[in-house]
Design a protein around this ligand. Structure first.
Ligand code: SAH
Length: 664
């Protein structure tokens, strides 16, 4: 970058800091003096004066300049101070501190980063900074007490060791939160020997603080293993290896053990760690086939919209009388269900039903999700036109309330929230009630078709509420969606009778018990937690995971599908523990697992979730969350290296039988 450009960018950057409220002159001066471009890779130098965090080595980040300035200002520094920083990272924040105070000590847990920062700081002439590699949650007792301490990673609580290493009157600045997505910056002032005062300075997002008094990890302790002893992480991976039940290949593996662990469960929930990994779909299909054949499971319910799945249901039970008009799974994200892996299973299910010749008892395929507001409305009106034309007219009028928003139901949500009189809530509730009241009359014609209509009416009611709640806070809309999926599942079980058994396919984040993850601490529920509450141990929750490979995903909502490379799992995650077990694929029983291992796997660690969208650039913040694996799942299925699903594009449909349900 040329010097003029750099200095004009730098000026804009300082103006921005002032505008955002940074007032301390010494902080602004220090921010102006330290060349941020020297702390990021050459390829990112262009971005050095943008006010955003940037990725550095080891999956870590260099903080956003505004946040560095904010934290530094909050430390209330004087030139004579000695300060401690936890989380050296690139060394940038330490350099800024070193321009303000007498002496800076800084600790970094990744050896490579610590060494690189040490060299960088010394070559730039910052000679009042000492860098050490180690677990910063324990502080640096040899140089304590400190006038101020700053922690640039987020922990679950304030480490006691750090408050004890403050002088009386000393300040500790630290992000604290039970989840990576909900951290609050705190200033803790040590007011006397035993008293502290806590102030909250706003919401922030930092990478996890990992160590003895931070998030639990293995790696943190790797820095100082007693000589001759195996490191805990390696020991744990070794334990996983010894308990793992090897999967030589998806098609040939003997599922006898798994089926006996599942026992008499009424519900088997089969998760996935991404919406675009072939192995997850293939293994789920294999398990599902055996559950149907050997244990007589009655239906499969998936995280897809009801009307789409209904097309598949007609196909597998060969009940479609009239030709279908709508394309199945044509809405973004198409690859999630319109893929070769699902198609193979669907073909198998049709064949199975035909062979078994069970007529009305044929195994069905249903959708639990609620994004199909308008096709559901069409399906209800279509149904009523056949059974009750008067009711169809009422439906047309009531659902007409939602018609103007068909292109963008989210806008409906925003408008209805501010202008109550535009809300369609009453109309959609009234429609569901009307159908329920006519239950006996309508279902006398055909129980399954009534089930279809009423499920769509429930979907419309819940989706209307869902869109309104989107602007009310994400917890509420997440909970509405999962509650809807659970209610639909429950109504399907009711429909199939008291002995009915179901298999569910959805993402791990819907099917693992939310109470065992950071979702729980945010007040979020999911299908897994609701199943646990309602069905107890008769629900068997299975999670899936992977270390690396490729995945089908988009970069943004609505953007085209790409086959993306999965970043190898981060050192502090369950995935890394499984990877280090050194096996390609395995089952890891948790409910019926070895006690010691199960206990170890209760300790909160990071877990990765890739959805429809995958953003490897910001992976830690966007895709990892904190979970307690053996409380989340009854069993975990591992594929070390995975590949993207084979999406069925429009061209792939050529040569398919006409009845093929994907409408391609
Ligand atoms: N201050 C840094 C940003 C650091 S990101 C900068 O200006 O570039 C947070 C850093 O904290 C990461 O490098 C991470 O490895 C480190 N970290 C996390 N837990 C730690 C611990 N217990 N002790 C020391 N460093 C830790």
């Amino acid at each position: 970058m040329d010097t003029d450009l750099r200095s004009s960018k730098k000026q804009a950057f300082l103006d921005l800091l002032k505008k955002r409220g940074i007032q301390d002159k010494r902080v602004l001066e220090a921010m102006a003096t330290v060349p941020r471009e020297a702390f990021v890779g050459l390829d990112l130098a262009e971005l050095a004066y943008d006010d955003s965090p940037l990725p550095i080595e080891n999956g870590q980040t260099i903080s956003q300049p505004y946040i560095v300035a904010l934290m530094t200002e909050a430390m209330q520094l004087r030139p004579s101070d000695t300060v401690l920083e936890i989380g050296t990272g690139s060394g940038y924040a330490a350099a800024v501190l070193s321009r303000i105070v007498k002496q800076v000590y800084t600790i970094e847990r990744h050896r490579g980063l610590a060494e690189q920062a040490r060299e960088r700081l010394s070559s730039l002439g910052y000679d009042n900074v000492s860098v050490r590699c180690g677990d910063g949650t324990l502080g640096w007792p040899e140089h304590a007490p400190f006038d101020a301490i700053v922690v640039t990673a987020g922990g679950p609580s304030v480490p006691l060791s750090l408050t004890r290493q403050l002088v009386i009157g000393g300040r500790l600045i630290i992000p604290v939160g039970q989840s990576l997505h909900d951290q609050k910056l705190q200033r803790i002032t040590r007011v006397s020997e035993d008293d502290i005062r806590t102030e909250e300075l706003g919401g922030v997002r930092f990478v996890p603080l990992i160590g003895e008094e931070g998030w639990r990890d293995v790696e943190g302790r790797l820095n100082r293993p007693p000589p001759g002893k195996v490191e805990p992480a390696a020991a744990l991976s070794e334990q996983i290896r010894s308990q793992a039940i090897h999967i030589p290949s998806i098609e040939s593996v003997d599922l006898g053990g798994l089926l006996s662990r599942i026992g008499d469960s009424r519900l088997v929930l089969l998760g996935e760690a991404s919406h675009g990994t072939a192995e997850f779909y293939e293994m789920r299909a294999r398990i599902t086939r055996e559950l149907i054949e050997k244990k007589g499971f009655h239906f499969v319910a998936v995280e897809a919209d009801w009307p789409d799945a209904a097309q598949i249901d007609h196909f597998v039970r060969e009940t479609r009388k009239e030709p279908t008009q709508e394309l199945t799974f044509s809405r973004f994200p198409t690859w999630m269900w319109a893929n070769r892996q699902v198609a193979n299973f669907v073909q198998w299910l049709r064949h199975h039903n035909r062979q078994a010749d069970t007529g009305d008892q044929a195994v069905g395929f249903f959708g639990l999700d609620l994004y199909s507001l308008y096709s559901s409305i069409n399906a209800i009106i279509g149904y009523l036109e056949q059974v009750d034309t008067e009711a169809a007219a009422v439906a047309r009028e009531r659902y007409g309330c939602l018609t103007p928003w068909e292109k963008d139901p989210a806008t409906y949500g925003r408008v209805a929230l501010t202008r109550q009189q535009l809300s369609c809530e009453q109309d959609v509730v009234a429609m569901l009630n009307m159908l329920m009241q006519k239950r006996l009359e309508y279902s006398a014609h055909d129980g399954r078709r009534f089930l279809d209509a009423v499920s769509n009416a429930r979907l419309v009611k819940n989706a209307e509420h869902f869109y309104r709640s989107m602007y009310d806070g994400s917890v509420k809309s997440w909970n509405l969606r999962d509650q809807h999926m659970f209610d639909t599942l429950e109504s399907l079980l009711d429909f199939h009778g008291p002995d009915s058994k179901a298999i569910v396919w959805a993402h791990n984040s819907h099917l693992g018990n939310a109470e065992a993850t950071e979702m729980g601490s945010r007040g979020e529920i999911n299908v897994g937690s609701l199943c646990r509450q309602r069905f107890g141990e008769t629900a068997y929750l299975i999670g899936f995971g992977t270390h690396q490979g490729t995945v089908a995903a988009a970069s943004d909502w609505g953007a085209p599908m790409e086959v993306k490379n999965i970043v190898p799992s981060t050192p502090d995650s369950y995935e890394r523990l499984c990877h280090d077990a050194g096996l390609n694929a395995f089952f890891l029983p948790l409910r019926h697992g070895e006690k010691n291992l199960v206990k170890e796997l209760q300790r909160p660690r990071l877990e990765r979730a890739i959805g429809v969208i995958y953003r490897p650039e910001t992976e830690i913040a966007s895709h990892y969350f904190i979970a307690s694996l053996s409380r989340q799942f009854d069993e975990y299925i591992w594929f070390d290296k995975t590949r993207a699903v084979d999406a069925l594009g429009p061209e792939a449909g050529k040569g398919m039988p006409e009845t093929f349900p994907f409408g391609l």
